[in-house]
Design a protein around this ligand. Structure first.
Ligand code: SF4
Ligand code: FES
Length: 277
């Protein structure tokens, strides 16, 4: 199965510097000056390259995305194209922020999305490499934005649950035992960011798919369509160009929500059961 990530080295091109507009000078008032080496690519078909920017006036209180906002303001003031990147909630909920920072999806701080990464994790004078998710199934749209429609297609393939859940149950008669509810909630933590794909040497979306399959298959409402669901989602995974699981565990290490590879084992059990139905 295809899905190999392109981790090849890219040439760094010295670009016009941005930074400093209306901000403190290097090191003044505890601010930081950083060198950013950022992937710029005008569109999916054009070649991309790494370009260098200087970010000035950054404080430890800036989030990583706010630091990029500062750089972009300076670029706009200088009449240059701002760096394009995905974001929405900036609270670690929506899964939109998606950058490989110094070679690690989301920057490598445990259980932290890019939007929740803070500049206090960096120090004055640091050089930071910023790239988009790199996977065959995530074509680059522009700069740091990739097309993650493949994850949507996997979700769509999973269909819906036809079971009527009825009225509100009595508070002291939980219909789902607490350990099972917690297991399903752990799977439901997935925010669909795609860092697991970006981290996997085989560009696999298996952790993402497994989280969705396990969440529904562990609850009574998900049982009816479970066999069709797991087969359809795995077919969609393959059709969208994601790779297969190769047991590197990089997905779990990169996941900002701590989604465990145990869910991949659960997915495999569901798939084997589905084959015999
Ligand atoms: S499993 Fe983790 S890394 Fe993968 S999409 Fe879900 S939250 Fe993101
Ligand atoms: S912007 Fe929503 S999770 Fe980062």
């Amino acid at each position: 199965m295809s899905g190999h990530n392109d981790h090849s080295a890219h040439g760094t091109t010295e670009a016009p510097q941005a930074g400093g507009h209306g901000h403190d000078d290097h090191g003044a008032h505890g601010t930081m000056t950083l060198t950013l080496i950022v992937w710029r690519q005008p569109n999916a078909d054009a070649p991309g390259r790494m370009e260098t920017y200087i970010a000035k006036g950054i404080t430890e209180h800036h989030s990583f995305l706010e630091m990029l906002d500062v750089v972009n303001e300076d670029l706009i003031h200088a009449g240059k194209e701002p760096i394009v990147f995905d974001h929405d909630c900036r609270e670690g909920i929506c899964g939109m922020c998606s950058q490989v920072i110094n070679g690690v999806p989301h920057g490598g701080q445990e259980r932290t999305t890019v939007c929740q990464l803070h500049m206090r994790k960096f120090k004055n004078g640091d050089t930071i490499y910023i790239e988009p998710w790199r996977a065959k199934a995530f074509p680059i749209v522009k700069d740091l934005i990739v097309d993650r429609e493949g994850l949507e297609k996997i979700i769509q393939a999973g269909g819906y649950t036809s079971v009527h859940t009825g009225g509100v149950p009595d508070a002291n008669v939980p219909p789902i035992p607490k350990p099972i509810a917690e297991y399903a909630m752990d799977a439901a933590e997935c925010i669909g960011c795609g860092a697991c794909v970006a981290a996997c040497p085989n560009g696999s979306a298996m952790l993402f798919t497994a989280a969705k399959v396990a969440q529904l298959a562990s609850l009574p409402q998900g049982q009816v369509e479970a066999p069709e669901r797991v087969k359809a989602m795995l077919q969609a995974l393959q059709d969208c160009g994601f790779g297969n699981c190769s047991n590197h565990y990089e997905c779990q290490a990169a996941c900002p929500k701590g989604v465990d590879v145990q869910f991949i084992a659960h997915l495999n059990r569901e798939y084997v059961k589905a084959l015999f139905k």
